[in-house]
Design a protein around this ligand. Structure first.
Ligand code: NDP
Length: 434
């Protein structure tokens, strides 16, 4: 707390890891002597910079850019770029910290990083977004590279923004460095199946968790918060597995569709037309729009997938979900459930999949994109999806095994934290003290 004053989200993320690691230190007292906790919670570096750009009226605007290069002991820094007005150093550090363990869980050789800006893309023209993004990457280009740090998308950053960043980076460096970004359009080096990967992966993980309890998505009622990249494809896969998605949201409100959300309409509104989710009711007259996104958790469901943003599901929401008979909660977003909400869900016997494990499918396919770029070839969408399913099953197994081995069977928060930590900590110890 003293070292990171006011960094609420970062302290929350580190507290959760520390709580899980107690049994590890009993089994591995050597970690006590080499300062591993102090070292693993301190980022390798935090880069913060000015991003000046000109808006469509000719006025100069100034935003702040960040890149947190948290840990590269198992591979180059890897993690998304977020454009959202809430971006600050606490949120960047929490995301980069979580990313380090998530990336370790994928079994792929990638370290942890995260970046972004307090720039708000809402209401900006495409040219403004391009000018901002070019200015952002002009500075960031000094610190990234295919073997150094490989950014990707996140909230507010999709393949259009990645395209602008990639174009500007290559313009500055004077080459075509395919592996410097992931989440690119497949026509210039992106991987097929990347945009679906986080949402699909989350559903694959929760399906494994349900299977372990003799259950599945088939016939279940699902709620998904958000209607962005992760939410859209979590809905699509839930429906493919036989569930009905009753509600989804954006930051203004939520839609309840008793016949089941039509994902194609959501894609049209949010992925392609940049509209508000409220407009869903224009196409589906029987659906109802409610103002206020948090109230989505009042809808009764069997499975809840928070896929929007951090701390969007609070203890009171968890209590409502439990009262309405929820069986499983899977975090598609990063840290969408507060600590109190997670506690309430777990102590009530609800199956809980933490984001670190459940949303790792996106970065896993990003690592596959890096492999395809290195080999200068592309896999089919079926090949990628098959590999994604294997990765998600493996992550499930590592979390399950670690939880059981350290005295917390069935606790996937503890399992994910321990399995991710051990991999990174072992590599740091092997590299000596620095
Ligand atoms: P997008 O920008 O595509 O979508 C975010 C969605 O969440 C939008 O629909 C947005 O609505 C909505 N939203 C924001 N705040 C709230 C809120 N308080 N309540 C309800 N809805 C809200 O982002 P992504 O889908 O890429 O990311 C979502 C989450 O998943 C983030 O936590 C991200 O870090 C995490 N994640 C993403 C990965 C990826 O591959 N994209 C990988 C792993 C994790 P509006 O349109 O109104 O802004």
């Amino acid at each position: 707390k003293k070292r990171n004053p006011g960094e609420k989200e970062f302290l929350q993320a580190t507290r959760e890891i520390f709580d899980s690691l107690r049994p590890v230190f009993f089994k591995h007292p050597e970690f006590m002597h080499n300062g591993i906790l102090e070292r693993i919670t301190e980022p390798d570096r935090v880069i913060s910079f000015r991003v000046a750009w000109e808006d469509d009226t000719g006025k100069v605007q100034v935003n702040r850019g960040f890149r947190v290069q948290f840990n590269n002991s198992i591979g180059p820094y890897k993690g998304g770029i977020r454009f959202h007005p809430t971006v600050n150093s606490s949120i960047m550090k929490f995301l980069a910290f979580e990313q380090t363990f998530k990336n370790a869980l994928t079994g792929m050789p990638i370290g942890g990083g995260k970046g972004g800006s307090d720039f708000d893309p809402k209401g900006k023209s495409s040219r403004e977004i391009m000018r901002f993004t070019q200015s952002f990457i002009t500075e960031l280009s000094k610190y990234i590279g295919a073997d150094m740090d490989v950014p990707a998308g996140d909230i507010g950053v999709g393949k259009r923004e990645i395209g602008y960043m990639f174009g500007q980076y290559n313009r500055i460096k004077g080459g075509f460095e395919a592996g410097v970004f992931t989440g690119k359009d497949p026509n210039h080096g992106g991987s097929l199946g990347r945009k679906e990967a986080t949402g699909y992966g989350c559903v694959y993980f929760v399906e494994e968790m349900l299977k372990g309890n003799g259950d599945s998505f088939a016939g279940k009622k699902v709620i998904v918060s958000g209607s962005g990249n992760v939410a859209t494809y979590a809905m699509e896969k839930s429906i493919e597995l036989g569930a009905t998605v009753l509600a989804c949201s954006d930051s203004s409100g939520y839609i309840y569709d008793p016949k089941g959300i039509d994902v194609e309409t959501v894609k049209k509104l949010k992925e392609f037309d940049n509209k508000r989710i409220q407009e869903y009711i224009k196409f589906h007259k029987h659906a109802v729009y409610h103002e206020g996104c948090n109230n989505i958790w009042t809808v009764a469901c069997d499975i809840a997938l928070p896929c929007a943003t951090q701390n969007e599901l609070e203890e009171t929401d968890a209590v409502l979900l439990i009262a309405n008979g929820v069986k499983a909660v899977g975090e598609g977003a990063n840290m969408p459930c507060t600590e109190e909400a997670v506690h309430a869900l777990q102590t009530s016997g609800v199956l809980f999949a933490p984001g670190k494990a459940a949303n790792a499918g996106g970065v896993a396919v990003s690592a596959m994109e890096m492999s395809q770029n290195s080999m200068r070839l592309s896999w089919t969408v079926e090949e990628v999806d098959e590999k994604l399913q294997v990765v998600m099953k493996d992550i499930y197994k590592s979390c399950y095994d670690a939880a059981a081995a350290y005295g917390a069977p069935g606790n996937f928060v503890v399992g994910a934290n321990i399995a991710g930590f051990l991999k990174v900590a072992d590599a740091m110890v092997a590299h000596g003290i620095h």
